[in-house]
Write a protein that binds this ligand. Structure first.
Ligand SMILES: [Zn+2]
Length: 286
């Protein structure tokens, strides 16, 4: 029996309290479009994600001030001086489209308005975070980066909120594979860079043996591995939903205990995590 990588409980608090730290999602063009390049042709950029490591102070959802804009479902605040009024208006419209896209893809609407903060990261190390219990998502970026990158990351953060709204507080203790896999899968085209789906995206890694074990935790691993795991987990979620249906996936999501592979796969699918991982590999390659 393979051993679960163990994440100290102390490390999970910061991870799950904030629901997530996101890495990237770096492509410029969102919504669906035809494939323009195989995933193997896509170069992952130097990943600017921020894994929370044990003992490290976490950011806070408040207080945040700046220029305000609102859409049908979002209260948007951007750091003073980060955008011109025109840019701010354009960004608000893009975020509104991103929310509509992920709601359609995920299948349920937010339970209320979402506070969305775009902060300044002077070093341009773009990163995002979701505080789903207080309906707040944040991304930190700088003027040198295209706003589309912030939108891509926020699409992922919005899905974390949709998960909390769909699954309730059990979301906060869900299996990390499912938390991050679902948020990445739900962000769809905002993360796919033109690939048709996550299965196609990760196929080159599985084919070449570069894929990581799905139950791996990103804690303590190189930052690039965190990126890779998010995509692999997204394709695993895609696999579970396409193969076994959404109803069972929803039931599975409610059974986790934070750490990777902790959901009750055996109870829901009558197969343990490693059997399902093998099925996933074969599915990716098929
Ligand atoms: Zn996330």
């Amino acid at each position: 029996m393979p051993r679960l990588p163990h994440i100290p409980r102390a490390a999970l608090g910061p991870i799950l309290l904030a629901s997530t730290i996101v890495l990237l999602a770096f492509w410029r063009t969102p919504p669906p479009r035809p494939v323009i390049a195989p995933p193997s042709a896509i170069q992952l950029p130097p990943p600017p994600e921020r894994p929370v490591t044990p003992g490290e102070p976490t950011p806070t959802p408040a207080p945040l001030t700046g220029s305000y804009a609102e859409t049908g479902g979002l209260d948007i605040v951007s750091a003073e001086g980060l955008f011109s009024p025109e840019e701010q208006a354009r960004l608000a419209a893009e975020l509104d489209r991103a929310l509509a896209y992920v709601v359609e893809r995920f299948g349920t609407s937010p339970a209320g308005r979402i506070s969305t903060y775009i902060g300044l990261e002077p070093g341009c190390g773009i990163h995002g975070i979701a505080y789903t219990d207080v309906r707040t998502v944040q991304v930190f970026t700088c003027r040198d980066l295209p706003t589309s990158r912030a939108v891509n990351i926020l699409a992922h953060e919005f899905v974390h909120q949709l998960c909390h709204d769909r699954y309730g507080d059990r979301h906060l203790s869900a299996d990390l594979v499912l938390i991050e896999g679902t948020a990445t899968w739900g962000a769809g085209a905002y993360w796919l860079g033109g690939a048709p789906n996550f299965r196609a995206f990760v196929r080159p890694w599985v084919e070449s043996g570069a894929a990581l074990p799905l139950a791996e935790s990103y804690i303590g691993r190189p930052i690039a591995d965190m990126n890779k795991l998010y995509y692999q987990w997204a394709s695993f979620v895609e696999f579970l939903i396409e193969t076994y249906g959404r109803e069972r996936f929803d039931a599975l999501y409610l059974t986790g205990q934070n750490y990777p592979a902790s959901a009750d796969y055996l109870g829901i699918y009558q197969k343990n995590f490693w059997e399902l991982e093998e099925e996933w590999r074969a599915w990716v390659l098929s």
